[in-house]
Design a protein around this ligand. Structure first.
Ligand SMILES: NC(=O)C1=CN([C@@H]2O[C@H](COP(=O)(O)OP(=O)(O)OC[C@H]3O[C@@H](n4cnc5c(N)ncnc54)[C@H](O)[C@@H]3O)[C@@H](O)[C@H]2O)[C@@H](O)CC1
Ligand SMILES: Nc1ncnc2c1ncn2[C@@H]1O[C@H](COP(=O)(O)OP(=O)(O)OP(=O)(O)O)[C@@H](O)[C@H]1O
Ligand SMILES: [Mg+2]
Length: 347
């Protein structure tokens, strides 16, 4: 497998440099043309790595058989949803179901719960997050959950964040995988120790969230030109938690390998697309960890899950945009999860 990028990528990089130098000498290419070619080569490598990773993602998808019971393919919890934000936890939780989880729970504040319930009868909604017994209430459910997605629509209320700290500690103690997004990342920027060295965590920052985390952890916003190195450094500084920096390309690293998702998406940047990604990732993390090393061919399960979720989100965006153009919203993308999943992973 070409994936473990280390030695292969180094050799390929050295070969590319040698080739380009030779081209420069032989054909008297301008430095601009050389840079252009180097960029194309780099892009070709990213696409190859992405395709190899997607091949492995196909291996971790559980078959749908008549022997299964409800819950086996994923019981996912989303921690988020407050007075201001009810859409984000809904998008994450419904995306988890649409990707293939069997049950999707939302742990939100009391007043957000009836709103989220009214969006969908398919979600199980717990109005506990602002209760004094929040940590205990969520803890009771943890043994029945395969993964937690922490942060979509959580808000930044100190009392809520304090409860989420307790929930994260309890999840780590039970070895439950966690995807941390949105305001969950705000919490991590203030208390990086919460997640330090937890190998079952994936952080999914957007551009602004990445800068905030980098500043907090490395005293550097990490906004230079080398995004791959910035993501790898942040992951390493956090003790090799997996980091997914979303953007024009999604850059994914576990501090060792770096992958880029360059799946074609769309130019539409409506809110909620990151929530779809985090919900999808919750399920894929569970599937990838359960699949075992023979299915993942020794590659990091969390890297594969991240590549799967990023590709899926971007493919949903592309398909929804083909139908709705500028009026595309996240709801339109969620309607594409089934067809996008089939075309990427089951074709
Ligand atoms: N319908 C909903 O309920 C939604 C709620 N959301 C929630 O809103 C809360 C705040 O999330 P934000 O993402 O706004 O976080 P931040 O408040 O950290 O984002 C700050 C700002 O950065 C800007 N930004 C994003 N990407 C940028 C880029 N590449 N370059 C420059 N500026 C950029 C955004 O416009 C945003 O206003 C979270 O709880 C989140 O989950 C969002 O998920 C969107 C949908
Ligand atoms: N410039 C871009 N070009 C193509 N795709 C992008 C671009 N920026 C982000 N995306 C894609 O959009 C999805 C969401 O990323 P985004 O940065 O919008 O997250 P977010 O800000 O957390 O979203 P949300 O509004 O849900 O909080 C990801 O799949 C990412 O790949
Ligand atoms: Mg977001």
């Amino acid at each position: 497998m070409a994936l473990p990028a280390g030695a292969g990528a180094l050799l390929a990089g050295a070969a590319a440099v040698a080739l380009l130098s030779a081209a420069l000498v032989l054909y008297e290419l301008s430095p601009d043309a050389v840079l252009q070619r180097a960029f194309s080569l780099h892009k070709a490598h990213s696409i190859k790595d992405m395709e190899n990773a997607l091949q492995l993602v196909r291996n971790i998808i559980p078959p749908l058989t008549s022997q299964k019971h409800k819950g086996q393919d994923g019981r996912i919890g989303v921690v988020g949803g407050c007075q201001e934000y009810t859409g984000a936890p809904y998008f994450a939780a419904i995306s988890a179901l649409k990707v293939g989880a069997d049950l999707s729970h939302v742990f939100c504040t009391r007043e957000a719960a009836p709103v989220i319930k009214s969006y969908s009868p398919e979600l199980i909604v717990h109005p506990v997050l602002d209760s004094p017994s929040a940590v205990h209430d969520v803890e009771e459910w943890l043994p029945r959950l395969h993964a937690l997605v922490v942060g979509p629509g959580l808000g930044r209320n100190d009392a809520l964040l304090e409860n989420v700290k307790g929930i994260l500690e309890a999840s780590k103690a039970r070895d439950i995988p966690v995807v941390i997004d949105a305001d969950g990342l705000w919490l991590i920027a203030r208390h990086p120790a919460l997640i330090q060295g937890y190998r079952k965590a994936v952080l999914t920052p957007n551009h602004v969230e990445f800068g905030r985390l980098s500043e907090a952890v490395l005293r550097d916003p990490g906004n230079g030109s080398d995004r791959r190195e910035a993501v790898r450094r942040l992951s390493r500084a956090l003790g090799n938690v997996t980091v997914v920096q979303k953007g024009e390309r999604d850059v994914i690293s576990d501090g060792e390998q770096v992958l880029e998702c360059v799946q074609e998406g769309s130019g539409r940047r409506c809110g909620g697309q990151g929530d779809l990604l985090s919900g999808a990732l919750g399920v894929l993390v569970h599937w990838a960890l359960r699949a075992g090393p023979e299915k993942t061919n020794g590659c990091s399960p969390l890297l594969l899950a991240a590549m799967g979720a990023c590709s899926l989100t971007r493919q949903c965006s592309r398909q929804a945009f083909q139908k709705h153009g500028r009026s595309t919203t996240t709801t339109d993308m969620i309607a594409e999860v089934g067809p996008a999943f089939r075309s990427l992973f089951e074709a």
